[in-house]
Ligand binder design. Sequence first.
Ligand code: NFE
Length: 496
Amino acid sequence: MHKYKYTTIDPITRIEGHLGIEVLIDNGIAKEAHASGTLFRGFEIILQGRDPRDASRLTQRVCGVCPTAHATASALCLDDAFGITDKIPENANFIRSLIFGCNLLQSHILHFYHLAALDYVDATKATGEIHPFTPRYQGDYRLSEDINNQALKHYIMALDIRRKVHEMLTIFGGKMPHNVGIIAGGVTERPTEDKIANFLARLKEIIDFIDNIYIADVLAVARAYGDYFQIGKGCGNFLAYGGFATAGGKLFKSGITSDGQKADSFKQQNITEDVKHSWYRDESSGKNPKQGETKTHPEKETGYSFIKAPRYEGRVYELGPLARTVVSFAQDDGKTKKMLQPILSEFKVGVESLFSVLGRHAARALECKLISENMLQWLNGLEPDGPISCEYEIPQEAQGSGLSEAPRGSLGHWISIKDKKIQRYQIITPTAWNGSPKDDKDQSGPIEQAIIGTKIKDEKNPFEVVRIIRSFDPCLACAVHLINAKGKRLGEFEVV
Ligand code: NFE
């Protein structure tokens, strides 16, 4: 009989939310991985029977980290259902992008410095203290003392930068989290010269931080941990809905690719959600979110997660900053190619090496550069006397969808309206894709696939596993909700 070592990390700390991972290790290799979202969300149920306009307020409560992504997707969804997508004034498009862009920047900076960096930076070297930097693993910290100390200073500096990005968001969004600026039909806040100047003053400092500190720190980590260009590849399929309307189309391109060289167009009717291994009733399996249902079945024996398994044409796809970068690269996007080239040259790697732990961190930092620089154009495009919203009537019956990007990948909202009320609402978050369990064909989800096959050097300190998981920046608050408290368990036992 085969004896496996079976490692459970639950919860994974320094991520957003509560994710449990079980990894089956055989002779130092991860043979099997189960990603489990052990909380139930249920916003789809809360929304039934409500005024459709409530969606932009309530769905933001799905998560305090990416609420503006939900505000954006729900506003697009309502615009579509109300038949006003083409009537949204340019001012409103720019202000929506500015509000959402702030949130994306803040989220990426949060992820690198306050969630992921301590996998690479040894906080105890400078402070001599383990607390409050726990839990942490022992061993594989490779940065020189100087770079390590500098990174710790930047850890503190990044807190201040995030505060300033929040302030920037409130100029047009009113507050953070859960802005009140983005609504169906446009936005609530008029652009004034004062507000534009206020935004700009902060933006210059943020751009400076991204260009000279954030990107430099990611490169410093990449130089010391170069083997992580080969670790955590995952499914190798990438999908992006596209986002951030600009004058020349979308800043983030829409599409799918499997090699980073050639992209195909994305069609939302090809999305389905499987539930064979999720705690939902089997009759809702395989449905497109337009017809999607949320019927829980927590006792289901084949289930191991409250996350469904979203698939595209029945295949597993990774979403997120890396997916957006690769999808744009495959479409020959000049800005993306220009940003990536110095990295590919310095590390002497091809685009396929970006399908990795380090590729995900690099893509996140680079898209901060892209967004922050585009903010200057969006600010310049504002017309203080121009309109900020359009009129509409809530239809008696309608359907709509709102596809956007979120910090962690593509985000979709779908609505059906009946008697002017929400009849059905479905949300598929990026972490639902990336953190999904196996599907009806037993294909493992993207994070699971990225772990399977990985060599684990020290099973008591499974750096590889947590670095892979955190490179996806999972947010289980987004994917699932409602706590079913479980303690931390990190150990080994034999499965016979
Ligand atoms: Ni809670 Fe979210 C993002 C969304 S992830 S953070 O980004 O949508 O599923």
